[in-house]
Design a protein around this ligand. Structure first.
Ligand code: BTN
Length: 326
């Protein structure tokens, strides 16, 4: 371990307390000047380290830097040993997770970055992923019927909203099926992809990709109207860890559906008037189709939307079949 890593680890291990330069130099058996230089280098990397005369140094956790140790801090005890791959930048964490899964990466493997150069969204769209966002993908080896894999997406939305509350203290809501909103603006998108085994044709891994905006002030104009961010004093690494940990826990208990009540209660759409677009989605302008007005009655235990049309007829809709607008 380099001196820099050792200093970082020492500061992390006394979270919320000051550690003096003298104590650090004794522990690591290096000079005070070396400690000073290392602290400077860590700050240049983006770590926020407060220095107080006579007290020493304290690592502040309210930053957007993604580090493996920070991500581990967000994990529950049961998930402390998962494999974590942190990248300064990557094309897409979903693509990277897919590469790792094909290379034999196991259940719960996590890929995290603060910047994607080719982020992917649903329906073949791209996902704008500038620096200082939180982009992660989790590999899940499903022990459940993957025909119900929409449920893992619902679980992931609950995991995100709960983790945002715990780590950043903000109330988030879910728009069916898997967009997470704060103050009526989308702060997170989720893209679940399956990897099938060529010979058996079975889905052998799911990659659950989650992108969280932390600052939209420099977003392009067309996104500024709809996108929001998880703002405030919190650690991006810890939020990534908390989200991943919850996704893994929910996935391992998929049959029990422990998230479904929370999914309903956090959902923005129940009881609302919506427009249902069936069949072809509006990906390009020429794809525009007429929507059908309806009222959302509920979300069933399979994560499907129960709607009542204006003529009184009822329909249960899966996310693959339709899109809705509030
Ligand atoms: C959407 O709202 O369309 C879904 C967006 C999903 C984005 C995340 S960011 C992490 C992971 N990697 C990707 O390329 N996409 C997902």
């Amino acid at each position: 371990m380099s001196t820099k890593e050792a200093v970082l680890q020492a500061l992390e291990s006394c979270s919320g307390q000051y550690l003096s330069g003298e104590e650090l130099s004794t522990r690591l058996d290096v000079s005070r000047t070396t400690i000073w230089k290392v602290i400077k280098a860590l700050r240049e990397e983006g770590h926020i380290i407060e220095a107080v005369t006579n007290n020493g140094y304290m690592l502040m956790h309210n930053n957007r830097l993604i580090t493996e140790s920070g991500v581990r801090r967000g994990l529950s005890a049961a998930n402390k040993d998962i494999d974590i791959h942190v990248f300064d930048a990557v094309d897409s964490t979903n693509i990277e997770a897919r590469r790792l899964a094909l290379d034999g990466a196991g259940d719960g493997t996590l890929v995290v970055t603060g910047h994607q150069t080719a982020g992917r969204g649903r329906l073949g769209r791209s996902f704008y992923s500038p620096r200082e966002g939180i982009y992660l993908s989790i590999i899940i080896k499903p022990n459940f019927d993957v025909s119900k894999s929409v449920l893992i997406t619902c679980a992931a939305a609950v995991a995100v909203a709960e983790a945002i509350k715990e780590v950043a203290g903000l109330d988030a809501r879910i728009k069916w099926v898997n967009d997470v909103y704060i103050d009526n603006r989308k702060v997170c998108g989720i893209l679940t992809e399956g990897i099938s085994d060529f010979e058996s044709g079975q889905i052998e891994s799911l990659v659950i990709g989650i992108g969280v905006n932390t600052d939209v002030s420099n977003f392009p104009e067309e996104l500024k109207n709809i996108a929001g961010a998880v703002e405030g004093d919190y650690s991006a690494s810890e939020l990534a860890g908390a989200i991943a940990s919850k996704v893994i826990d929910y996935a391992r208990n998929m049959e029990a559906r422990t998230f479904i009540d929370a999914y309903r209660s956090m959902n923005l759409v129940i009881g609302k008037r919506v427009t249902v677009y069936k069949g072809k989605y509006k990906v390009k302008p020429e794809d525009e189709i007429d929507g059908i007005p309806a009222t959302v009655e509920n979300i069933d235990n399979n994560g499907k939307l129960v709607v009542v049309y204006d003529d009184g007829s009822k329909e249960v809709l899966g996310s693959g079949e339709i899109t809705i607008r509030l």
